[in-house]
Write a protein that binds this ligand. Structure first.
Ligand code: IMP
Length: 180
């Protein structure tokens, strides 16, 4: 975990180790297992970035649960495009269900804000948000994060599901854009 990596034209340095991530994901799974004991929550994972986090997280959820995926997009390269588009919608009944939104990273908060607005129209019983990463200094929308993995600096990161122009999703650790 000491080596820099290069993806396309950019260099990245190690930031969060695989061990640190896995320990935190296990803790989040335990917290959610206690919170939803006796219920069958529907985890909704926001693709593509959250696929790895969601798949690890639900393995640490001890009760019954379901999982669904939505695809939204607001990023191009290392800058937010300012637009959120729903690419793949949700087809199941959400009314009266406890929902857990699983997000990889909350940056401006636009994606989550937009998605929560859509979700409320479906009248779920409850909605909570679990995000692996949050960049508080990038916030433009106030979004509630009920369970957070790590609060991080406002710098671009890759790995553990997150990409730079398509690359880096397969890395088990998280890397930060090198500043030199
Ligand atoms: P937001 O709508 O600005 O909060 O951005 C949310 C989405 O942008 C995340 O789900 C990611 O897919 C992407 N994103 C935000 N910051 C980063 C980053 O540092 N690296 C990779 N993707 C990011």
């Amino acid at each position: 975990m000491n080596t820099r990596i290069r993806l396309h034209d950019l260099e990245f340095v190690p930031y969060l180790s695989e061990d640190a991530i896995q320990t935190r994901v296990r803790e989040l799974g335990a917290v959610l297992s206690a919170q939803y004991a006796g219920q069958t929550p529907l985890f909704i994972s926001i693709l593509s970035g959250a696929f790895m986090f969601a798949s690890d997280l639900i393995r640490h959820f001890s009760g019954d649960c379901e999982i669904a995926f939505v695809k939204l997009r607001s990023y191009s390269g290392t800058q937010s495009t300012g637009q959120v588009q729903s690419v793949i919608g949700l087809e199941m009944e959400l009314a009266g269900r406890p929902i857990v939104i699983v997000e990889d990273i909350v940056d401006t908060g636009r994606t989550l804000h937009y998605f929560m607005e859509q979700l409320r129209l479906e009248h779920p019983a409850s909605v909570s948000v679990v995000a692996l990463l949050h960049k508080p200094d990038a916030a433009e929308y106030q979004v509630p994060i009920d369970h957070l993995g790590f609060s991080i600096e406002n710098k671009f990161v890759v790995g553990y599901g997150l990409d730079y122009e398509g690359l880096g999703r397969n890395l088990s650790a998280i890397y930060q854009l090198a500043s030199d």
